[in-house]
Design a protein around this ligand. Structure first.
Ligand code: NDP
Length: 273
């Protein structure tokens, strides 16, 4: 029997991309799933995909809202427990790069961009996790954070998004160390380039996004040693693995890098590959 049968999973940012793919895989494995994002319309699509994967419609709860809104996230966690009676897995996946289009770079980019980035990619994760921990302790559950390879220490013209993901990695380690004493496992997956709505959501033209992903997918390009970029399902499978105690119990406080070898290219000490 599937480990997830009748278990309850909350996936933030599941109205699209990696979060949607994870919600569908959890649903397929028999979990009851809360799906959430700001767009009600996109959540409806996620729910339909979960049902098409085998879930009963009543086992998928849609709650639309902004994860930076404290009142909403209280409703999100409480609404999940009220509906399903428990919480076994929290996937902190909602996130975005907030790009400054004024032509500035580095620390010339205004502080409100920093504040908004940290609010979304770090503060919301702390707050949702705080609310979820008492429920996860009862079920001896798991938290999976979705970070990024940009958390590694290399330079970038728009620094606040990478800074937020480095902070998220530190949060994963800090939570893992304390929460394992309560029986809750915490890990993260750190994707490289994954073909999603991420670039368009950052406000860049969809044609630019297409060219960016096509270049990453070009086998002739040396950008990704594997020869292709990832798709949401690649990361969803790792999220499900890290949430599944029967498969990954021994993994605690780790970052699983999933990037087709891209980071090897950023190591100045490594030979060109
Ligand atoms: P998408 O843009 O496809 O999905 C992002 C999801 O987050 C959507 O469901 C979106 O929902 C939700 N979201 C964004 N902002 C908010 C908000 N303020 N409140 C609630 N939900 C929000 O991107 P990805 O699937 O690629 O991104 C998922 C995670 O993966 C992010 O944390 C991202 O940083 C990370 N990542 C992505 C990589 C990539 O190459 N794609 C690489 C490395 C990491 P809605 O629009 O409905 O609000």
């Amino acid at each position: 029997m599937s480990f997830f049968r009748d278990k309850v999973v909350l996936v933030t940012g599941s109205s699209d991309g990696i979060g949607r793919a994870a919600a569908v895989l959890f649903a397929k494995a028999g979990a009851r799933v809360t799906v959430t994002g700001r767009s009600e319309q996109k959540l409806t699509v996620t729910k339909s995909e979960c049902v098409a994967a085998g879930a009963k419609a009543d086992n998928i709860l849609e709650l639309a809202g902004d994860v930076t809104d404290q009142q909403f996230i209280e409703k999100l966690v409480q609404g999940t427990v009220d509906k399903f009676g428990r919480l076994d897995v929290l996937v902190n996946n909602a996130g975005a790069a907030i790009i400054d289009f004024s032509g500035k770079n580095g620390l010339d980019i205004p502080i409100d961009v920093f504040d908004n980035t940290m609010d979304l990619n770090v503060r919301s994760v702390v707050l949702i996790s705080q609310l979820a921990i008492p429920h996860l302790e009862k079920t001896q559950g798991a938290i999976v954070n979705v970070s990024s390879i940009v958390s590694s220490l290399f330079t970038c013209s728009q620094p606040y998004y990478p800074m937020s993901k480095t902070c998220l990695d530190q949060l994963t380690v800090q939570m893992a160390g304390t929460l394992i004493k309560k029986g809750i496992r915490v890990n993260s997956v750190n994707p490289g380039i994954i073909r999603t709505n991420f670039i368009a959501a950052a406000g860049l033209p969809s044609e630019y996004a297409k060219q960016f992903y096509d270049k990453a997918d070009d086998k002739e390009s040396t950008q990704i040693p594997l020869g292709k970029c990832g798709v949401p399902d690649d990361i969803a499978k790792i999220i499900v693995f890290l949430a599944d105690r029967s498969q990954s119990e021994i993994i605690v406080g780790q970052r699983i890098v999933a990037d087709g070898g891209s980071l090897l290219k950023n190591n100045l000490l490594s030979a060109d590959i």
